[in-house]
Design a protein. Sequence first.
Length: 86
Amino acid sequence: MSFPNNVTGYALAGVKGSSATYLIRTNDGGLHWKRLDTPGIPAFRHIDFSDTNNGYEYTYNGAYRTTDGGVTWTKQGTPANTRAAA
């Protein structure tokens, strides 16, 4: 879970009976959550947002960066022989 301020927050949610995870966001301090569609991104393992727009997401396949609050993600270069980030 990552709350860059007192109203906007991001969390990873799981699907019962599955290992799948997805990203959810709140804009009202956690009263309501909305699932963000993140096509093409492998299963989320860890998230970290520095503000409401900029964040990083780490998977077993690498690191991704968003600059629009989790709507789109760009894969980041990682050192050779890196197996996982957490």
